[in-house]
Design a protein around this ligand. Structure first.
Ligand code: GLV
Ligand code: MG
Length: 348
């Protein structure tokens, strides 16, 4: 892959556009809450919703009917202008780049509310070329409309080609915020034989060896483990964040929680919420467990300079467990700064 020189990588792509960030802004993003902005009754609830979620995303792409695409774009502009979002992120998911709507989504939204928009989520990203295009276009629009801070890009990983190119996508621009798994489109793109939006499948399993006439144990496997792990490595090594995407079975709270927790344990920062009951799940899952945080604090206290060896509750601690503890405590501190309920549970 041909790459830009390090000096040029961090320069704005248009005269007058803001400087790209060197480090991502620190933000708690446990759930990216999807709303359909063409619906007036949904827009009427945004003010009350802002303090209850970490990110509000106005969805313009899939699930918005073709005849409502323009109303969704206008509705998003209206809801962006109507409220102060404070520390809650404001994102939009635009239509994909080869659709009839993407160009107007991007140009009209940046022109009208570019200063309020934190992140553009770009669907169906196949390679770094998609990011380069949006990167350049956003810079031109930021310059034209005197946007003060760079608008970040979040890619959805939802095609076989995108997964193949995930490392290059993660490194494509300093504008990259992170990536989400898009299990529904990805299943279709890969010709997986499923009809679900994320989650497990009862037929994806392994069977224990036969032992006499005893029933053979069956273990269901996680269809998404490989892709989530690959995404996490690509994102973490590029200094950006990874997210589990949507869980479509809104009524199956237990399965949603397990899928989210697997993603959290593997390194993801959050997931999408498609319904208010998934907000509570994401909040619980993507805020570190107070018991784990208490143990991590003990490790940091036992090894103040981060090196050496200590025994805590019979478990060996060294420089590497200190680093794990630091990840956990840093994450808990960020959550505590945003959420007083967790600040109390962590004792910060
Ligand atoms: C999300 O966009 C998905 O396709 O799962
Ligand atoms: Mg999709």
């Amino acid at each position: 892959m041909t790459v830009k020189s390090p000096r040029n990588f961090l320069k704005p792509l248009a005269i007058g556009a803001p400087e790209p960030y060197r480090e991502l802004p620190v933000r708690v993003e446990r759930m990216i809450h999807f709303v359909p902005p063409h619906l007036e009754k949904v827009r009427a609830k945004i003010g009350d919703m802002i303090p209850t979620v970490d990110v509000i995303l106005g969805n313009l792409e899939d699930a918005i009917p073709a005849d409502a695409k323009e109303a969704a774009r206008k509705g998003f502009i209206e809801m962006a202008a109507a409220h102060d979002y404070g520390s809650t992120g404001l994102w939009t998911r635009v239509n994909c780049l080869n659709s009839p709507w993407a160009l107007d989504d991007i140009t009209e939204i940046v022109a009208a509310v570019g200063d309020k928009l934190d992140v553009v989520m770009l669907p169906k990203v196949e390679g770094p070329w998609d990011i380069h295009y949006l990167d350049q276009l956003l810079a031109q629009l930021e310059a034209r409309h005197q946007v003060k801070k760079p608008i970040l890009i979040h890619a959805i990983l939802e095609t076989a080609e995108g997964v193949k190119n995930v490392e290059q996508i993660a490194l494509a621009s300093p504008r990259m915020h992170g990536m989400s798994l898009g299990p529904a489109d990805l299943a279709a793109s890969r010709a997986m034989k499923t009809t679900r939006v994320g989650g497990g499948h009862p037929e994806y399993k392994v069977l224990a060896d036969p032992e006499g006439s005893a029933p053979r144990a069956v273990y269901q496997q996680d269809l998404w483990h490989y892709t989530v792990a690959k995404m996490v490595d690509a994102c973490q090594s590029a200094g950006i964040k990874s997210f589990y995407g949507p869980f479509g079975d809104i009524a199956d709270l237990a399965a949603c929680e397990v899928q989210f927790r697997n993603a959290f344990l593997l390194g993801c920062a959050g997931a999408w919420s498609l319904h208010p009951n998934q907000v509570a799940i994401a909040k619980r899952v993507f805020s570190p467990d107070p018991k784990e945080v208490a143990f991590a604090k003990k490790i940091l206290e036992a090894m103040p300079d981060g090196s050496g060896v200590a025994m805590i509750d019979g478990k060996m601690q060294d420089d590497a467990t200190w680093k794990q503890a630091k990840v956990m405590v840093d994450c808990a501190k960020q959550v505590a700064a945003k959420d007083p309920e967790f600040a109390a549970a962590y004792g910060f």
